[in-house]
Ligand binder design. Structure first.
Ligand SMILES: C[S@@+](CC[C@H](N)C(=O)[O-])C[C@H]1O[C@@H](n2cnc3c(N)ncnc32)[C@H](O)[C@@H]1O
Length: 385
């Protein structure tokens, strides 16, 4: 197979991370090898939900840049309809000219995009939400939900613990104190750093560096999509991949009570005692209260209750995971700073860190499994009912 075409260096530079010792030549080589690796990463992530790229009819790459990944997808074009979109006009022009097997479009900095509702079976990206603040992310999450078919899949990458830890080590190495960032990431679950190398670059002003804590992804992104898998370091061995599913239908809206009986009907004849009035007011408020979207369930209020209980049960695990992450990262950063580590100590630390990460991964898988079980129970319940 002839190697796919290579974009000009200035386009490659916009999508490859700035590595101090990089040259134009190493960047070009990296563009090729990392693109092919990203396709494998996508296949691995989809395997977690028993799917493959070629099992989807219409596929969109959101933020495709100058086609680092798309250049490798030509073999899919016979079976799938391939689309790419980005805000970068020059990159899209290059894609249009050089990758005729796919369709490309330029999208605005904020939604809506040029696509119709429920148009895609699969939407994926590599490293787009890793550059947006929370407001931009939220509007794009809603937009990705709009253009994805019910039951369709969305794969997004985030800068998770690994990238943040690398950053902490680099900061400590440069004599800076990363604790302020760590604290903010832990308390907010998301950290947007504007003081970065993108200031004054070819990218727009809103484009900087964002980190996510896994618990935030579960809690916040769970409002837009069902979370099917969270795969630490699954994208080019440094970013995390989040596998999302567009729910079948919109969350059930609470149905208004058609004709609510007058209050006296509950209290019987005569004025109700104060306690009873309060109780009735609470029952009524409960019945008309909006179900928070994050707890919305096909099974109505009982489902909502089950989701609340599940989240409550998960919270200690999430907090333990957060504490473990913090302790571990702190211990490793301290040790690395204080010691010029003999290889043996480094080995032990690395092994310990690997083990903790495996445990952390297992914990997440377990949480996703619990949520899946809840979904299945609900589905069974609504089919029976
Ligand atoms: C780090 S680059 C990654 C490019 C490509 N996904 C890859 O992996 O090679 C981030 C890309 O996201 C694009 N981008 C940023 N905000 C966007 C938005 N709101 N809509 C579409 N693309 C966006 C940028 O122009 C850039 O091409």
């Amino acid at each position: 197979m002839t190697p796919p075409p290579l974009p000009p260096d200035e386009l490659i530079d916009r999508v490859t991370p700035g590595v101090a010792e990089a040259t134009a030549e190493t960047n070009r080589a990296d563009f090729r090898t990392s693109g092919r690796q990203s396709v494998q990463d996508l296949e691995h992530a989809l395997a977690a939900i028993d799917r493959r790229l070629d099992s989807y009819g219409r596929i969109l790459e959101f933020g495709c840049g100058c086609g680092r990944i798309m250049v490798w997808l030509e073999p899919l074009a016979a079976r799938c309809s391939l689309h790419g979109t980005d805000i970068d006009e020059a990159a899209i022009q290059w894609c249009r000219k050089n990758l005729p097997f796919a369709e490309f479009g330029v999208n605005p900095h904020e939604p809506p995009m040029q696509y119709g509702d429920a148009m895609f079976d699969l939407v994926y990206n590599h490293s787009v939400l890793t550059h947006l603040d929370e407001r931009h992310q939220d509007v794009w999450m809603a937009e990705l939900r709009r253009i994805t078919k019910p039951g369709g899949t969305v794969l997004l990458t985030v800068h998770g613990e690994q990238v943040f830890e690398d950053n902490e080590i680099a900061m400590a190495g440069a004599g800076e104190d990363p604790r302020r960032w760590r604290e903010q990431l832990e308390s907010d679950g998301i950290l947007f750093v504007e003081q970065d190398s993108y200031t004054g670059s070819a990218h727009p002003d809103f484009y900087h560096t964002t980190f996510h804590a896994p618990w935030y992804v579960f809690e916040h992104w769970g409002r837009f999509f069902s979370i099917r898998a969270y795969l630490p370091r699954a994208a080019l061995s440094f970013q995390d991949i989040v596998v999302l599913e567009r729910p079948d239908d919109d969350p059930p809206r609470p149905r208004p009570v058609a004709a609510r009986p007058a209050k006296e009907a509950f209290g019987g004849p005569g004025p109700a005692a104060d306690g009873e009035t309060n109780l009735m007011a609470r029952v009524e408020a409960e019945l008309t209260r909006e179900i928070a979207p994050r707890y919305a369930s096909r099974f109505g209020r009982p489902g909502e209750l089950a989701r609340r209980v599940l989240l409550r049960l998960m919270r200690p695990y999430i907090l333990i995971e957060r504490d473990l992450d913090r302790e571990l990262a702190g211990a490793i950063a301290d040790t690395r700073r204080q010691l010029r580590m003999p290889p043996l100590v480094k080995d032990v630390l690395d092994r310990h860190s690997e083990r903790m990460k495996r445990l952390e991964g297992d914990l997440r898988v377990e949480l996703v499994r619990l949520a899946d079980r809840l979904d299945r129970v609900e589905r069974r319940g609504s089919n029976d009912g």
